[in-house]
Design a protein around this ligand. Structure first.
Ligand code: GUN
Ligand code: ZN
Length: 441
C-alpha cells in the first residue's frame, strides 16, 4: 500500500553523521545521490525514504514523482540566531553594537507594543525565511508578550518548526522596552504554557544580554530554565569590546562575561549564545563542560564591526552553529551567511569547506538545537522540510555550475554565488510553502 506518498527526484544531498573526529576541521560524510529520490508521506509530512531514484522507483512503482532538472535538493536550512522585529532595522548605517541598539534597534522594537505591527512583521519575516530556504530558526521577539503570540500564530499557519521567546530586559533601555522581574517571569511562563511543544513551536527563555537585565532578572531567568525542562535559553555573549567593558562594570564580582550567565544558571545543552567573538580559554572550558552552544553570526559580526570569530582552533570543543542575526546581520540567506563565514575563515588562516558549510546549515545546526531527532536530514521518520536549489538561477550561476567537475565545486559555487534567487521551492512538513515562480503557497 503506497498511501499518500509523493516522490521528489533531483540531485539530493544530506548528512547523517557529524564529522568523525570532534576536531572542527574534520569533513562530514555526505550522502549524495546524483539522481536521487526523496519519498515523503504527504499525510503526516515525514520522510519515508531517500536513495538512488532507480532503487526507490523499483520499490514504489506507482509513486507520483515531481522531477527537478539542474537542481539540488537538501534538508531545509536552519538559522540559530535571528531577530524577527529587526526586519525594519536591517541595513542601518554607521554604528557599532551599543549605539546601533540605542539609535536604531530600540526605537524600532518599541513599535511592537502594537500587535498589528508584530503580526505584519512576523508574517513578512517567516515568508522571507522560506524564500531563502530556511525552515527552522531560533528567534528573538521583543519585550512585548504579544510579539511572541503573533510570531507563533504566524508560524503555526505555515507549520514551520520555530523556537522563539519574549525578550527579558529591565534596564538600560527606553522605558517602553523595559519589563520587570515579576512581569518577565509571568509573561515567559504563560508563553511557555501556551506554545512550548504546541505543534511544531518551541520556547526559548530570552534575557537580551547582561547589560539590559539586573542580577535579579538573570537569576529569575535561570530559575525559569530550571523549572521548565526542554525549554531553550538564548542570549548574546562577548560580541563587542565596549559591550564587554560595560558588563565588567555592571558585574565586577564575576570572572568574565560568560561567568555572569553561568552564575545565574543559564548554561546548558539547550543554551545558545550568539556571537562569542571574544572568549578566553576558561570561557571555552566552561562552555564545553556544560555543553552550551555558540551561534556564529558572520554577516552581523562584519556589519557591526564586532570582530572575526575563530571557527577552528578552539581551546576546548564547543558546538558551533551558524546564523544570520538579522537585523545586525545583512542577509536572510544562509548561503550568503556561509559566503561571509568562508571569508572570515580566510582572514583567520583557517578553512571552511563547502561540505562543512552544508553540513552546518542542516544537520549541524539541528544538532546544536537538539532537534536532530526531528529535522536536519532525510532519515526515515524525520519531518519533511526541504529546499530545491536551482543551479541555473542566474546567468552567472548557470555558467559557473556548468564547469563544476565535483560535488565540492558545485556546493562551493552555490554557497558563494547563491542567495534567495537560488531557492526554487521550499517545502515544510511535506507541503510546498514557497515557489519562486508563484510566490508563497
Ligand atoms: N546584543 C543585545 N541585543 C542585541 C541585538 O539585538 N543584536 C545584536 N547583534 N546584539 C545584541
Ligand atoms: Zn542577536
Amino acid at each position: 500500500m503506497t498511501m499518500n506518498y509523493q516522490g521528489y527526484r533531483a540531485a539530493i544531498l544530506h548528512y547523517t553523521h557529524a564529522p568523525a573526529s570532534t576536531a572542527n576541521s574534520a569533513e562530514p560524510v555526505a550522502h549524495y545521490f546524483a539522481d536521487g529520490l526523496l519519498v515523503v508521506d504527504a499525510d503526516n509530512g515525514t520522510v519515508v525514504a531517500c536513495d538512488d531514484a532507480q532503487t526507490l522507483l523499483a520499490q514504489y512503482p506507482k509513486l507520483p514523482v515531481t522531477c527537478y532538472d539542474n537542481a539540488l535538493l537538501t534538508p531545509g536550512l536552519i538559522d540559530t540566531h535571528v531577530h524577527y522585529p529587526q526586519v525594519d532595522v536591517i541595513a542601518s548605517y554607521g554604528e557599532q553594537l551599543l549605539d546601533w541598539l540605542n539609535n536604531y534597534t530600540f526605537p524600532t522594537e518599541l513599535n511592537f507594543a502594537d500587535p498589528a505591527v508584530a503580526t505584519d512583521a512576523a508574517g513578512f519575516f517567516l515568508n522571507e525565511l522560506l524564500k531563502n530556504g530556511t525552515t527552522t530558526a531560533l528567534v528573538f521577539g521583543t519585550v512585548h508578550k504579544g510579539s511572541v503570540d503573533a510570531f507563533f500564530t504566524e508560524s503555526e499557519k505555515r507549520n514551520t518548526r520555530m523556537i522563539c521567546g519574549k525578550v527579558m530586559m529591565n534596564r538600560h533601555a527606553p522605558e517602553g522596552l523595559c519589563d520587570t522581574v515579576e512581569s518577565s517571569v509571568a509573561d515567559s511562563q504563560a508563553l511557555i504554557d501556551r506554545w512550548h511543544n504546541n505543534g511544531r513551536q518551541l520556547y526559548a527563555i530570552t534575557p537580551r544580554f547582561a547589560i539590559t537585565s539586573t542580577a535579579e532578572q538573570l537569576a529569575a531567568a535561570g530559575e525559569l530554565l530550571a523549572a521548565n525542562p526542554g525549554v531553550y535559553m538564548q542570549t548574546h555573549l562577548a560580541e563587542n569590546l565596549d559591550e564587554i567593558a560595560f558588563v565588567k562594570e555592571l558585574f565586577p564580582e564575576r570572572k568574565s562575561y560568560l561567568d555572569v550567565y553561568d552564575y545565574y544558571g543559564l548554561l546548558g545543552e539547550r543554551s545558545v549564545f550568539a556571537h562569542c567573538v571574544h572568549l578566553d580559554d576558561e570561557d571555552y572550558r566552561r562552555m564545553s563542560e556544560t555543553n552550551s552552544k555558540i551561534s556564529f553570526c558572520p554577516t552581523s559580526n562584519l556589519f557591526l564591526g564586532s570582530g572575526l570569530f575563530s571557527l577552528e582552533n578552539q581551546p576546548h570543543p564547543v558546538d558551533v552553529s551558524v546564523a544570520t542575526d538579522v537585523g545586525g546581520g545583512t542577509s536572510f540567506s544562509m548561503l550568503q551567511t556561509m559566503n561571509e563565514a568562508y571569508k572570515i575563515c580566510q582572514l583567520k588562516g583557517s578553512s571552511l569547506s563547502a561540505q562543512k558549510a552544508f553540513y552546518m546549515m542542516t544537520l549541524g545546526n539541528a544538532k546544536a538545537l537538539s532537534l536532530d531527532d526531528n529535522i536536519g536530514n532525510f532519515e526515515r521518520g524525520k519531518e519533511a522540510d526541504f529546499v530545491v536549489f536551482d543551479l541555473g538561477c542566474t546567468d552567472l550561476m548557470k555558467r559557473r555550475q556548468a564547469i563544476c567537475k565535483t560535488l565540492d565545486e558545485t556546493l562551493f559555487s552555490l554557497m558563494i554565488l547563491g542567495d534567495d534567487r537560488a531557492v526554487a521551492e521550499t517545502w515544510v512538513a511535506g507541503k510546498k510553502q514557497w515557489h519562486k515562480a508563484e510566490g508563497h503557497c
